[in-house]
Write a protein that binds this ligand. Structure first.
Ligand code: SF4
Length: 470
């Protein structure tokens, strides 16, 4: 089907050293030396070559290698992947190329090599610099203590235009003091960007979260968000502007670095680019009016690519109203909604297209600018958008649960286990397994139904959630 040239590309690496109890991403615990990773990377390279041959990748402006843990697959495979990417899509220094990493697998040599092969933005999963919280999250042994993580970021930062420290806030055991300490450590790390995600309790990880870090209390979320904004954005004692500026409702870019300014890209590539094809098992693609879900089975993905087939397990077409809601949420998350573009693209004003959402936001005092051209947000409006995005991601996680439930045999063990070869003893696995058991007959069409529900419900759920918290 004819379409506008793709500008953004997402590549998914569905492997981690062990699954974290709070995580609902499409990933499984696979040993670093497993041949399964080799096969998968070859399939990715093959798909890239095909897409390039078909002329699909000539205008890509940004490539994002996410996961899972891309750094977990080691430098040999990353070299192969980045080389395949560079020959498939003109990976020049002007093209944004982002890779996610975890501290323990990001060696000094890897930093140099991925930089030389074209990665210019790195995103490191930190979550917190508090050793007790890292222990609670089961990250202390896996990824090192706070001091080691800090050293990794400081070593790697100079190589990249943007170095993002991925943080989570509102852990049940987090206090205002430990949150402030986390923010201070981010500042000290030299990271040019930081993303503070609110802790999200998707149904499949709710029990494991409660059993490890404790039950999530959304009532504290707004206060914690305000602390983060005050400390990162607030003026300095000498009257100078704060060290960071906003990139999105939860992304902060350090002033005076390549991560800030007009062309700054934020860690949620889905905001800068509304359409993005996703390559790889577990990838979710949004193109035109459609959302496609790739199979969560690595084996099925390899087989599909080898035989020249598509790797999708489900597809859904969004209604006009759902696409308007998606635009509303994503552009506001990116801090500015272009009303004229909205009218051009959807054939009606935002007031006519989304009267309930607009009335709700106006009543809450969410808009700083609300004229014929644009909408921008007040601090309160930014928090409302954080809640919307939290609910949206929880919805996407529900979609992932459905897709995972279709897995069978060894892959099912891997994705619900902890990578040690024995059944995972955590409540996380129990909970994920319970969700899977309930929905083990999930079919591609059921996955598509859930995808539709995610799009339809995200904004509404969020507005209801906010209304309840008010
Ligand atoms: S490291 Fe943990 S949080 Fe990150 S993708 Fe893997 S399982 Fe999820």
């Amino acid at each position: 089907m004819p379409h506008d040239p793709y500008k953004a590309l997402y590549l998914h690496i569905p492997f981690c050293v062990r699954r974290c109890g709070y995580c609902d991403f499409a990933t499984s615990a696979v040993e670093r030396d497993s041949p399964a990773i080799d096969e998968y990377v070859e399939s990715l390279a093959l798909q890239l070559r095909r897409a390039s041959k078909e002329g699909e990748l000539g205008q890509i402006e940004t490539a994002y290698i996410g996961g899972g843990t891309p750094s977990h697959i080691g430098m040999g495979r990353l070299s192969m992947l980045l080389y395949a990417l560079s020959t498939a899509m003109h990976l020049t220094p002007e093209v944004e190329c982002t890779m996610e990493a975890n501290p323990e697998s990001l060696t000094e040599a890897m930093v140099r090599d991925i930089w030389a092969l074209g990665v210019n933005r790195l995103s490191i999963g930190v979550q917190s610099f508090d050793d007790d919280l890292l222990r609670q999250m089961d990250r202390y042994d896996k990824y090192g203590c706070a001091a080691e993580i800090l050293e990794r970021i400081q070593e790697a930062s100079p190589y990249f235009t943007s170095m993002n420290a991925d943080m989570i806030f509102n852990f049940p055991a987090q206090t205002e003091d430990t949150l402030i300490r986390d923010i201070e450590m981010v500042v000290a790390s030299g990271a040019s960007q930081t993303t503070f995600y609110p802790l999200m309790a998707s149904p499949s990880v709710e029990r494991s979260l409660a059993a490890t870090v404790g039950p999530v209390d959304y009532a504290r979320e707004q206060r914690f968000y305000e602390i983060i904004c005050d400390l990162l954005l607030g003026d300095l004692p000498n009257g100078q502007p704060g060290l960071f500026e906003l990139g999105s409702a939860w992304t902060f870019n350090r002033r005076g670095t390549g991560a800030a300014g007009e062309d700054a890209m934020i860690d949620e590539y889905v905001v800068d680019y509304e359409e993005y094809p996703a390559i790889g098992s577990g990838g979710i693609t949004y193109l035109g009016k459609n959302l496609y879900v790739n199979t969560f089975s690595v084996r099925e993905y390899n087989e599909a690519i080898e035989s020249g087939r598509m790797s999708m397990m489900g597809k859904t077409t969004f209604s006009l109203r759902d696409r308007m809601r998606y635009r509303f949420m994503m552009q506001l998350f990116g801090l500015r909604l272009d009303k004229r573009q909205f009218e051009r693209d959807f054939g009606m004003s935002i007031e006519r297209g989304l009267p309930a959402e607009m009335a709700f936001m106006r009543t809450c005092g969410a808009f700083a600018i609300d004229n014929d051209d644009e909408l921008t947000l007040t601090p309160k409006g930014r928090y409302l958008v954080v809640v919307m995005m939290r609910q949206f991601f929880i919805g996407v996680n529900n979609l992932r649960d459905q897709a995972r439930a279709a897995l069978t045999g060894e892959e099912r063990e891997l994705i619900f286990g902890d990578g040690t070869g024995k059944a995972c003893g955590t409540a996380g696995a129990d909970s994920a397994g319970a969700v899977a058991a309930e929905t083990s007959e999930a079919t591609a069409s059921e996955v598509a139904d859930v995808a539709e529900a995610v799009a339809a419900g995200a904004v509404l759920d969020a507005t209801e959630a906010v209304a309840a918290e008010e």
